[in-house]
Design a protein around this ligand. Structure first.
Ligand SMILES: Cc1cc2nc3c(=O)[nH]c(=O)nc-3n(C[C@H](O)[C@H](O)[C@H](O)COP(=O)(O)OP(=O)(O)OC[C@H]3O[C@@H](n4cnc5c(N)ncnc54)[C@H](O)[C@@H]3O)c2cc1C
Length: 436
């Protein structure tokens, strides 16, 4: 990967961006000379913003501060749990971003002084900025389930931030006896990746059906419905014996207990591996608790959150509604109807980068457009998706009518096989777009 210089930018990417600018998509402005943008968090939102800022205006000094030396994508981590791929296939480093001239610093951001415009790190360094982008992902509401906390999550993993926890859960599933019980506890809304817990159940059921066919998965859900509900439940019926009319029927590998029927979990005892839901107590072999969520820690420390624990933003620029010159993107931001997904974080990052380039050059932010698709693989050869394009209208992010939709409910083997291929090619494309 060659370093982006103003010259190479103008010769290559510049032409494409100029063409896009001519169509009104991206502001073509090299007006940020000497301006500094500091980005907190090098996950999907932060890494995309860093790369696109440098591509849109290579005169801007971009510093990306990320706690970890490398990044594991959450997307496709459910396929690591089923053994369909290994953990290294979702592991990405920051050399690509450095090649774009991003100054990548590995440190924990401990505070942001919005008045002085300085980002501070745990190791005592300060980074002044003209604009700051915050993309710290999510933090957990540890207090939601009695007995569950950060320490217990080492034994009962959430695996909702991919990496070591994904590996732990995979090991537990491999070591589980055939005929064992695995419990998944999805969170309340809103949370990172709405179809994720149900894709997880599908992938684990796929693994069990091949290697531990007498085993069971019980989903104890605080909710009565979930993303791609009909597509998941009919898929579970096709592959894993699920009965949509009787979702807790004995004969099925997957059993789903909804909130209205006592699915809400009250407490867990890690010593006895028992979990107390509203109506029943279950002793499990493996438990996966995905706690309710809120914005990443730094969003609270920097005073960027509202009373619900998320960061209100202006959807046109992603600038915080609380602190000027700080933009929040990705899972931490209130960007509904965009979901808390990696694809949405990637799209928001590009909108935010374009707005910052324009604003640093003294222009107003361009009219944005946003996109999201979430793929899930229920079983090999059976992929599904939900897609939508969004626009900015009357001060709000809105869905563009007729722009997206769901995979048709009527099963078509060829289409489902194609959806699985799309899911995997999407993974290759987006990770290259973010880290390449
Ligand atoms: C099982 C699962 C499956 C998923 N599948 C999909 C999918 O198929 N499609 C899809 O679009 N999305 C999917 N997602 C959702 C997607 O992973 C997230 O929405 C996305 O990662 C959000 O990006 P982000 O930048 O907000 O946060 P992240 O990608 O989590 O990045 C946050 C980064 O900030 C760093 N950080 C946090 N605080 C600090 C600090 N104080 N100092 C320094 N660094 C800090 C963290 O280390 C992290 O690297 C899935 C999620 C899960 C859990």
């Amino acid at each position: 990967m060659s370093k982006t210089t103003r010259r190479s930018f103008l010769k290559t990417g510049g032409a494409a961006i100029a063409a896009a600018a001519a169509m009104g998509y991206i502001p073509f402005a090299i007006g940020g000379a000497g301006k500094k943008v500091v980005i907190v968090g090098g996950g999907i939102g932060g890494a995309t913003a860093a790369k696109y800022l440098r591509m849109m205006d290579p005169s801007i000094e971009v510093t990306l501060i990320e706690a970890n030396p490398s990044y594991y994508t959450c997307f496709m981590s459910n396929e690591v749990l089923s053994g369909e791929r290994d953990i290294e296939s979702i592991h990405f480093k920051y050399s690509g971003l450095r090649g774009h001239g991003v100054n990548v610093v590995h440190d924990w951001v401990s505070g942001i002084d919005a008045d002085k415009r300085v980002v501070k790190t745990k190791s005592g360094n300060s980074f002044p900025y003209d604009r700051c982008i915050v993309s710290p992902g999510v933090d957990f509401k540890w207090e939601a389930i009695e007995g569950y906390n950060e320490k217990v999550s080492r034994i009962i993993p959430h695996a909702w931030k991919a990496g070591p926890q994904t590996v732990t859960l995979r090991k537990q599933l491999r070591n589980m006896r055939d005929g064992g019980t695995m419990v998944i506890v999805p969170p309340t809304n809103p949370f990172r990746c709405p179809p994720g817990p149900y894709e997880r159940a599908s992938q684990i059921a796929h693994y069990f059906s091949r290697h531990k066919p007498k085993s069971k998965i019980i989903i104890l859900d605080p909710k009565d419905k979930f993303s791609k509900f009909g597509l998941f439940t009919s898929g579970w019926a096709r592959h894993y014996g699920f009965d949509p009319e009787n979702p807790t029927a004995e004969g099925s590998m997957i059993s789903w207990v909804k909130g209205a029927e006592g699915g809400k979990v009250e407490s867990v005892d890690p010593k006895t591996m028992t979990i107390q839901a509203e109506v029943e107590e279950i002793k499990a072999d493996v438990i996966n608790i995905i706690p309710p969520q809120k914005a990443g820690k730094i969003a609270f420390a920097a005073g960027l959150t509202n009373d619900k624990g998320w960061c209100p933003i202006d959807g046109k620029t992603f600038e915080s509604k609380i602190h000027k010159n700080i933009h929040v993107i990705g899972d931490s931001a209130v960007a509904s109807p965009l979901p808390k997904s990696g694809y949405a974080a990637n799209s928001e990052a590009k909108v935010c980068a374009a707005a910052i380039v324009a604003m640093l050059g003294g222009d107003s932010a361009p009219q944005p457009s946003y996109v999201n698709t979430c793929y899930s693989v229920i079983a090999p050869g059976d992929g599904i998706s939900v897609a939508m394009v969004y626009a900015y209208k009357d001060g709000k992010i809105v869905k563009v009518k007729g722009s997206g939709g769901l995979t048709p409910g009527k099963f078509d083997a060829k289409m489902r096989a194609r959806e699985e291929q799309y899911a995997h090619s999407w993974f290759n494309n987006i990770t290259n777009d973010v880290f390449g």
